[in-house]
Ligand binder design. Structure first.
Ligand SMILES: *[C@@H]1O[C@H](CO)[C@@H](O)[C@H](O)[C@H]1NC(C)=O
Length: 510
């Protein structure tokens, strides 16, 4: 499988041709919490366990946030046998104790490791160690890789060696690759891991254009939401069940963005099928942030059974259109569609997207689509505050419980908690959704085929002239060839493509 995917990897225009790592995990994007964004190196046992309590008591665990992941700095170094040793001041009861506590509360236990000197003996010890600790998730970073990067072959071999070690533990361990998008992990990652970061580290900013994202010859940091999306726009179609583009951990709740910006951040991470790993201080969880993280209609897009990331379509007046198929919730043979209008500009504006734009083709299904606003049923601040005060169990009728009914089943049953609110209907290739989009914010919709939607003959042949809407029928065509691969830093919309070979080499580090 690995060889197969490396060979294919040289073709840039892949669309959903992935050979997924077949470990049965991350069939939908993983969800959880990680300490890094809010705490960097300031983690300890008390923080981790207190956080898990909040995630459980406020219903977030039962909304699907399953993994509690310890990032860097839990260890004070390696033993002579190569095992990472827990920092005894931070974790006086050791790591197995933390894992046991998390398991007892119904969480998966995630840990972090970075590359280091490795020998086969150390490899054996580390394997044994992961099994003993009861680890369910490994985030494997790129620090100190001692030159083991610089080409797809070298990077994929390094990450593949760890994958073999994880498989040999006999435990099901979700494998999260974190090499900041170096050496194009979306190409070789699917056969190696369950997710792979596509850029340097996120920062709690909506649309700054930081020159540190990326730094030439390093992974970069300080990446804003918009900068990360500019990368995702070029490679969205590499995600699929079992292996996902990782847009990095969420910043919702860390205080650097407005409510509208956090809504847009969460909407886009969901539509992009990124892992949803919360990164906030749960002990200071605010009602408004909770009601973003707890919106089941948006999470259901992320956890959709089809596992197809929304594709970037165009930018008009600073508003980007992203859309892609979702499993039908009407029993129709026509898929539902997710539509996000993402406003990266400083003024609110009315944006229009035709069905031809949304489907990426003028050949749109006949019949009517119901438009559902996926933020229309966001819980009010007083409801959210009541959940934080009283606990989720006291208000379970307001919440979706994915431990009780999976998103897949809920969607099949068209559970009203997953569908937002109806705001109209649309039909025909030139029929359009026209909605006001807040400044530095977004609107997010689900289209559902209602009535006669089973034929596929185009009624009209609307021509879309915007650069970039050249996806094939079905809306899942090879975007990479159209946009080029050099748009990362400072990108604000489609760029003319430069020849793929040039793109590819310039893009090696990003
Ligand atoms: C969700 O459902 C599970 C299984 O029925 C139950 O144990 C749990 O308490 C429920 N969670 C909430 C927040 O009500």
């Amino acid at each position: 499988m690995a060889v197969f995917s490396k060979v294919l990897g040289s073709a840039i225009s892949l669309a959903y041709v992935v050979s997924a790592l077949n470990n049965g995990l991350a069939v939908t994007p993983q969800m959880g919490w990680n300490d890094w964004n809010a705490f960097q190196c300031n983690l300890d046992e008390q923080l981790i366990l207190a956080t898990a309590d909040v995630i459980k008591n406020t219903g977030l665990r039962d909304l699907g946030y399953h993994y509690v992941i310890l990032d860097d700095c839990w260890s004070s170094g390696r033993s002579s046998s190569g095992q990472l040793v827990a920092d005894a001041k931070k974790f006086p009861n050791g790591m197995k104790y933390v894992g046991d506590q998390l398991h007892a509360s119904g969480f998966g236990f995630g840990m972090y490791s970075s590359a280091g000197t490795k020998t086969s003996r150390q490899g054996d010890n580390r394997r044994q160690h992961l099994r003993q600790l009861g680890v369910d998730y490994l985030k494997y970073d790129n620090c100190n890789n001692q030159g083991e990067s610089g080409s797809q072959a070298v990077s994929s071999a390094r990450y593949d060696a760890m994958e073999k070690a994880l498989a040999a533990t006999g435990r099901k361990i979700l494998y999260s690759l974190c090499n900041w998008g170096e050496d194009s992990p979306w190409i070789w990652g699917p056969s190696v891991g369950n997710s792979w970061r596509i850029t340097g580290d996120i920062t709690d900013r909506f649309n700054t254009q930081s020159s540190t994202c990326p730094v030439p010859n390093s992974g970069g940091y300080g990446c804003s939401v918009t900068q990360i999306l500019s990368k995702q726009a070029q490679i969205a179609s590499y995600s699929g069940p079992g292996g996902w583009n990782d847009l990095d951990m969420l910043e919702v709740g860390n205080g650097g963005m407005t409510d509208d910006e956090y809504v847009a951040h969460f909407s886009m991470w969901s539509a992009a099928k990124s892992p949803l790993i919360m990164g906030n201080d749960m002990r200071k969880l605010k009602a408004s942030d909770w009601s973003i993280l707890a919106n089941p209609a948006v999470i259901a897009v992320n956890q959709d059974p089809l596992g197809k990331a929304a594709l970037y379509r165009w930018t008009h007046n600073n508003v980007q259109l992203w859309s892609g198929p979702l499993a039908s919730t009407t029993g129709s043979s026509v898929d539902d569609m997710v539509v996000v209008l993402y406003n990266n500009g400083g003024s609110s504006t009315t944006a229009s997207a035709s069905l031809a734009d949304i489907f990426g083709s003028s050949n749109v299904p006949n019949g009517k689509f119901e438009i559902r606003d996926l933020w229309g049923s966001r819980l009010s601040s007083s409801q959210a505050q009541a959940v934080l005060n009283d606990g989720a169990a006291a208000h379970s009728s307001w919440l979706y419980n994915a431990s009780q009914q999976s998103y897949k089943t809920g969607l099949e049953k068209a559970d009203s908690k997953l569908l937002g609110t109806a705001v109209g209907t649309v039909s025909g290739a030139t029929g359009s959704i026209s909605q006001s989009v807040p400044a530095l914010g977004c609107r997010m919709f689900r289209l559902r085929a209602v009535g006669d939607s089973t034929t596929t003959t185009a009624k009209t042949t609307a021509t879309t002239t915007q650069a970039g809407t050249t996806t094939t029928a079905g809306g899942q065509g090879p975007q990479q060839t159209q946009y080029g691969q050099c748009g990362g830093q400072g990108w604000t919309g489609p760029t003319a493509c430069v020849p793929p070979a040039t793109c590819h080499s310039q893009n090696r580090k990003y």
